[in-house]
Write a protein that binds this ligand. Structure first.
Ligand SMILES: Cc1cc2nc3c(=O)[nH]c(=O)nc-3n(C[C@H](O)[C@H](O)[C@H](O)COP(=O)(O)OP(=O)(O)OC[C@H]3O[C@@H](n4cnc5c(N)ncnc54)[C@H](O)[C@@H]3O)c2cc1C
Length: 426
C-alpha cells in the first residue's frame, strides 16, 4: 500500500521515515523548494562574508537518552551537541531574575514568595482530577502547583513556547502536562521521563529535515497539493503543480488551516473543526553584537507578560550553537508580538534595541540586524481544542489522516514522539 504525504515539514518527514522503515512505499509532496517547514537553518553571513546562520524556527530540540528523538538522531547518523545548562532569567519588575536549576536554588529564588514555594512542594499530594471537563492551562497549573507558580512563573514560560497567555489556552496546549499528571503527580512524571537536555545537530536544526529527505527517495519538492477527490475505486486522486496521483492513502502533514482547505469539499465536519484552530504569528529580530560577559554562558531570558508589552524574550543563539555567529560575535534573537499584541514603540527603528538595553544596559549597538515575520506559525490550542481535535479526526474519510504539531504538541520533540506513536496504529 502506498501513502502520499502532503507537507514536508518535520511531521511529514518523520511520518515518511517511519512508514518507509517498516517497508511501506511513500511519496511526499512539499510545496516549497526546501523541506523542513519551520525547521530550516538559513545562511546569514556577516559583512566580510564570514559564515553564520539563523534558525527559521526551533533553536534546538529537547531529548533524553533512549527517547524517540535520541533514537532518530542515531538512526540518521546526525552529530548533535548540547550547550549544557546555561543561565536563564525571567525579566520581571524591570530586572532579570535567575531561573532556579534545582530544589536548593528554588528555595532561595526571588521568582516565588515563600508560601508559593511551600505550595509548589505539596504538588505530589494533590489529588488527581478527572480529565473532563477540559481545563484551562493556567487553572491546571494553579490546581497542581499553586497560584504563585501559575501567576508568577507560568506566564513567561508559556509566552516563550506558545507566544500566548496561559489563561487563553487549554491544558492540552502542552500535552506533556496531562501525561505527567497521569503518573500520579507532575513531579513523578517528570522524574520518570528523565531530565532532558537541549541538543542541536551540527550545522543547525535544518540538518534534521535535510538528512531525512536524503534518506527518503520519494520526497518531491516544489509541489503544492491543490485538490483531493475520492474515486469510485476507493482510491484518492490528488493533484497540484501539474501532477496527478491516484493513491490508496493520503496523509495530510499540514497546518490545520492548510488541511482544512484541502478537506473542504470532501469532509466538511473535519474541515470546519480544523479551520477553527487558531494560529499565532510572531516577529523575530536577530542581531549581532560584541560579546558580553553576563550573556557568555546564557540561554537568554523571557519577560513576564504583560510587562514586555509584546517583547516576549531574547535567546542567545551563539551560546546554544556557536557556529551560528561568525567568530568573536554574539548573536541574539528576540521574540515579539504573538497573541499579546505589541507596543508601537517596538516597531520603531531602534525600538527593539532600546527594549533590549532596558534589560541588559551593557549591550552595545548591533553590528548586524535581520528581521523575520513568522505568520500563522504557532498553533494556539484555545479552550475547546480537545473537542475540535476529536471532531476533526472523527470526521476524516477512510484513507485520509492528519498529523501536525497542532495534534501532538508544540515542540519538535512532541511531533517526533507523536508521529512515532501514531504510526504504530496506522
Ligand atoms: C519561531 C518558532 C520557534 C520555534 N522554536 C521551537 C523550539 O525552540 N523548540 C521546539 O521544539 N519547537 C519549536 N518550534 C516549533 C516547531 O518548529 C514546530 O512544532 C514544527 O516545526 C512543526 O512542524 P510541522 O511539520 O507540523 O509543520 P510545518 O513546519 O508548518 O510544516 C508544514 C509543511 O507543509 C508544507 N505545505 C503547506 N501546504 C502544502 C500543500 N498544500 N502541499 C504540500 N505542502 C504543503 C509547508 O510548506 C511546510 O513545509 C518553533 C516554531 C516557530 C515558528
Amino acid at each position: 500500500m502506498t501513502t502520499l504525504i502532503l507537507g514536508g515539514g518535520i511531521s511529514g518527514l518523520i511520518a515518511a521515515w517511519q512508514l518507509q522503515k517498516r517497508g511501506e512505499e511513500v511519496e511526499l509532496w512539499e510545496a516549497h523548494e526546501n523541506v523542513g517547514g519551520w525547521v530550516q537553518t538559513l545562511p546569514w553571513p556577516d559583512a566580510e562574508g564570514r559564515s553564520g546562520y539563523v534558525e527559521r524556527g526551533p533553536q534546538g530540540v529537547l531529548t533524553t537518552p533512549g527517547s524517540a528523538v535520541d533514537r532518530l538522531f542515531k538512526e540518521l547518523d546526525l552529530e548533535v551537541r548540547s550547550p549544557g545548562h546555561g543561565v536563564r532569567w525571567v525579566g520581571k519588575g524591570g530586572a532579570l531574575i535567575p531561573v532556579p536549576v534545582g530544589p536548593v536554588a528554588l528555595l532561595f529564588s526571588r521568582l516565588l514568595n515563600f508560601s508559593a514555594k511551600v505550595r509548589m512542594m505539596m504538588e505530589p499530594f494533590i489529588a488527581l482530577r478527572p480529565p473532563e471537563p477540559e481545563e484551562n492551562l493556567s487553572a491546571f497549573v494553579a490546581r497542581r502547583l499553586g497560584r504563585g507558580v501559575a501567576e508568577d512563573l507560568l506566564p513567561a514560560m508559556v509566552a516563550g513556547i506558545l507566544a500566548a497567555p496561559a489563561e487563553m489556552l487549554s491544558v492540552d496546549a502542552l500535552p506533556k502536562l496531562r501525561q505527567w499528571e497521569s503518573t500520579g503527580s507532575l513531579f513523578k512524571g517528570i522524574r520518570r521521563s528523565g531530565s532532558s537536555e537541549l541538543v542541536v545537530p551540527k550545522g543547525g536544526m535544518g540538518m534534521l529535515p535535510k538528512r531525512l529527505a536524503e534518506r527518503i527517495p520519494g520526497v518531491r519538492r516544489g509541489l503544492r497539493a491543490e485538490g483531493l477527490e475520492l474515486l469510485n475505486s476507493g482510491q484518492w486522486r490528488v493533484w497540484g503543480g501539474g501532477e496527478v496521483r491516484e493513491i490508496d492513502r493520503v496523509l495530510l502533514a499540514l497546518p490545520a488551516f492548510e488541511a482544512a482547505a484541502l478537506l473542504g469539499s470532501i469532509a466538511l465536519q473535519s474541515a470546519e473543526a480544523l479551520a477553527a484552530m487558531p494560529y499565532t504569528s510572531v516577529r523575530l529580530r536577530h542581531s549581532r553584537h560584541a560579546p558580553l560577559t553576563p550573556l557568555k554562558d546564557s540561554f537568554g531570558f523571557l519577560v513576564h507578560p504583560p510587562e514586555g508589552q509584546g517583547f516576549l524574550g531574547a535567546l542567545v543563539p551563539s551560546w546554544i550553537d556557536p557556529e551560528s555567529a561568525p567568530d568573536g560575535l554574539m548573536q541574539l534573537r528576540v521574540f515579539l508580538g504573538g497573541a499579546f499584541g505589541m507596543d508601537p514603540s517596538l516597531t520603531e527603528s531602534d525600538g527593539v534595541q532600546r527594549a533590549l538595553k532596558s534589560w541588559i544596559p551593557e549591550l552595545g549597538e548591533p553590528l548586524q540586524v535581520r528581521e523575520e515575520s513568522a505568520e500563522r506559525a504557532i498553533p494556539r490550542p484555545e479552550m475547546g481544542h480537545r473537542r475540535r481535535l476529536e471532531t476533526a479526526l472523527g470526521g476524516l474519510p477512510k484513507g485520509i489522516d492528519w498529523v501536525s504539531n497542532a495534534r501532538f504538541g508544540p515542540g519538535v520533540r512532541d511531533v517526533i514522539e507523536g508521529v512515532e506513536e501514531w504510526v504504530l496504529k496506522y
